[in-house]
Design a binder for this molecule. Structure first.
Ligand code: HEM
Length: 98
């Protein structure tokens, strides 16, 4: 699968490593749609891509404004095989009000 390809994403392609999306200046690293295929690419690219991304950003920003999240250590955060690739065992976090 494209999004787990070590040829495209490097040796740690299969690891949960969200920092890969942050560039040297702390900004968002943007990748070509042909590399990152959640919304596919080309003439049939998802028409709701920008709306869906904006909704996710607003949701995350509102949560981060009110709470801190710390990953519970010792978990294997990975995906399950299904059409929507959900997390296999979820991702447990400690949540504290700011
Ligand atoms: C996380 C959310 C979403 C994901 C991961 C997603 C993903 C996709 C994917 C993979 C396709 C297929 C592209 C292809 O045929 O190659 C698609 C098509 C499409 N999506 Fe989304 N989508 C999301 C949200 C939305 C939203 C919110 C809307 C509308 C408000 C939307 C509207 C569409 C439409 C209209 C198409 C058909 C485009 C076409 O065939 O020309 N999507 N989406």
């Amino acid at each position: 699968m494209w999004s787990r390809s070590t040829k495209i994403w490097g040796e740690n392609a299969k690891e949960f490593y969200p920092e890969r999306w942050i560039d040297e200046e702390g900004g968002l690293r943007r990748e070509a749609a042909s590399k990152w295929t959640a919304f596919h690419a080309g003439p049939r690219v998802c028409l709701g891509q920008n709306l869906a991304t904006l909704e996710a950003l607003v949701c995350v920003a509102m949560l981060l404004k009110r709470y801190t999240f710390k990953l519970v250590p010792g978990q294997d955060v990975t995906y399950d095989f299904s059409l929507t690739l959900p997390m296999r065992d979820g991702m447990k976090v400690y949540v504290e009000r700011r």
